[in-house]
Design a protein around this ligand. Structure first.
Ligand code: FES
Length: 100
């Protein structure tokens, strides 16, 4: 039995070349790839927490990763309480950490 081989260029499931993007996080540029969520860009840049709780200032980042826990809230382009794990990043997005 032989394996089926498809030339890489003919594979419809093969992702295309990465398209880089830059989001601004608290005034600093952070690079990612088109298709990533805001949380994906932040995690890819080594950031594990970007929000603190109101009581105790405990650090929060991604917990569930599917939009259920609200631990990953950020402000994006002036809009508060955006779940970073659900919001797809766009080039030039301005992300601000928030407390709550
Ligand atoms: S990580 Fe739970 S809602 Fe985003």
């Amino acid at each position: 039995m032989t394996s089926l081989r498809m030339p890489p260029g003919a594979d419809p499931a093969r992702p295309g070349p990465d398209r880089p993007l830059t989001v601004w996080v608290d005034g600093e540029p952070v690079t990612g790839t088109a298709g990533q969520t805001i949380a994906g860009v932040l995690l890819g840049a080594g950031r594990r927490a970007w929000r603190t709780t109101r009581g105790g200032a405990a650090p929060r980042g991604v917990f569930c990763g599917i939009g259920v826990c609200f631990d990953c809230l950020v402000e994006v382009n002036g809009l508060r309480d955006v779940r970073a794990c659900l919001r797809r990043a766009h080039d030039g997005d301005v992300v601000v950490r928030q407390v709550s």
